[in-house]
Write a protein that binds this ligand. Structure first.
Ligand SMILES: Cc1cc2nc3c(=O)[nH]c(=O)nc-3n(C[C@H](O)[C@H](O)[C@H](O)COP(=O)(O)OP(=O)(O)OC[C@H]3O[C@@H](n4cnc5c(N)ncnc54)[C@H](O)[C@@H]3O)c2cc1C
Length: 325
């Protein structure tokens, strides 16, 4: 078991973590990234990415993340293939974290970039057809369904927002909800019900995603009426599961402030948590935008703030030493 000490310990290796690493390394912070169970983050489970700036042609999510990792390493980041299982925020700084490997990580600043995972229904066909007609992100994939028939599954704010967004691409959007009323805010419901391109299917549970991954992808949904138990099929080209996201914040429970949905709370407009030298960036603190480019943006902010935090500490220490000398 080894101990690794760094000026900047980054937990998570999605766009937020890698961008923090690039900026941190270039500022001389010699960062360590603990990559977790999904090196490269959520983009490694998708294919086409069309909205990351700088690429005119469609790029692949896993490729983009390999490039980010390579850039972070090139400028001096150490990558650790480990998963943090314990972290002590209360007694820092410096902050101590323990990996699944048994290794100990000491960070004079801590950048939390553990991301979030979309919640899925867990029914047959869903994972097999993911990226082949099934998605959890309309902003990411809506463009691929131009002029096609799409369904959105869910009844909260996310589902209504996804349905409204999809009307930019599709004239035939159906919101499918297992209850007879929505949980979404009233103003969003009003916009939804008034929209000519959106139909709502009430009291329908999705039991299966139909289609073959290698033969045209999603063809439709198998539905059961939650009131009558009647089974039916709904034909569509795309289905967006919009039942929320789960931020990866279990490690920080009781140690850092979280909102009702478990997202880390930061000072508005910054990646600063309430603890000195602890920063949160990317999807773990952002339930609104949830994009690779916004995650990268807040990763950059976290690294810049971490560097400034350490520089200020150093300055104060030097001043104090000068006075006592
Ligand atoms: C299928 C799909 C398609 C998408 N398509 C697009 C798109 O086209 N364009 C776009 O902009 N966005 C897209 N997104 C959204 C985008 O992927 C996310 O917004 C972005 O990845 C968030 O980056 P992040 O760095 O905050 O976290 P994530 O990418 O979620 O990465 C989190 C990282 O934290 C690590 N981690 C978690 N817990 C621990 C731990 N205990 N110890 C160590 N490491 C840990 C994980 O291993 C992972 O590396 C898509 C998302 C999905 C799921």
């Amino acid at each position: 078991m080894a101990t690794h000490e760094t000026k900047m310990l980054i937990i998570g290796s999605g766009p937020a973590g890698y961008t923090a690493a690039i900026y941190g390394a270039r500022a001389g912070m010699e960062p360590i990234v603990v990559q977790g169970l999904q090196p490269g983050g959520q983009l490694t489970i998708t294919t086409d990415v069309e909205n990351y700036p700088g690429f005119r042609d469609v790029i692949q999510g896993p490729w983009l993340m390999q490039e980010m990792q390579a850039q972070a390493e090139h400028v001096g980041t150490r990558m650790m293939w480990d998963t943090i299982v314990e972290v002590d925020i209360a007694n820092g700084p410096p902050y101590r974290a323990v990996g699944d490997s048994g290794d100990v990580y000491i960070g004079h600043t801590l950048v939390i970039a553990t991301g979030a995972q979309a919640k899925w229904l867990g029914v047959p066909g869903e994972q097999e057809l993911s990226g082949k007609g099934v998605s959890a992100c309309a902003t990411c994939d809506g463009f691929f369904y131009r002029g096609k028939k799409v369904a959105v599954i869910g009844g909260g704010n996310t589902a209504v927002e996804e349905a409204l967004y999809l009307t930019n691409h599709s004239d035939d959007v159906t919101l499918i909800h297992r209850r007879g009323e929505l949980r979404a805010e009233k103003i969003l419901q009003d916009r939804l019900f008034a929209h000519p391109k959106i139909t709502v299917l009430w009291n329908k549970r999705v039991d299966e995603f139909l289609g073959q991954p290698l033969q045209g992808g999603l063809k439709g949904l198998k539905l059961t009426d939650t009131v009558t138990n009647e089974v039916s099929e709904f034909a569509c080209d795309g289905a967006f599961v919009a039942i929320g996201h789960a931020p990866a914040t279990e490690l920080f429970k009781g140690q850092l402030e979280m909102d009702d949905s478990g997202y880390l709370v930061v000072e508005p407009g910054t990646p600063k948590t309430a603890r000195p030298g602890v920063f949160a960036c990317g999807d773990v603190m952002d339930h609104t935008y949830r994009q690779a480019v916004t995650a990268a943006g807040t990763g950059c902010m976290a690294a810049l703030d971490a560097e400034r935090y350490l520089a200020t500490l150093e300055f104060v220490k030097n001043e104090a030493e000068a006075v006592t000398a």
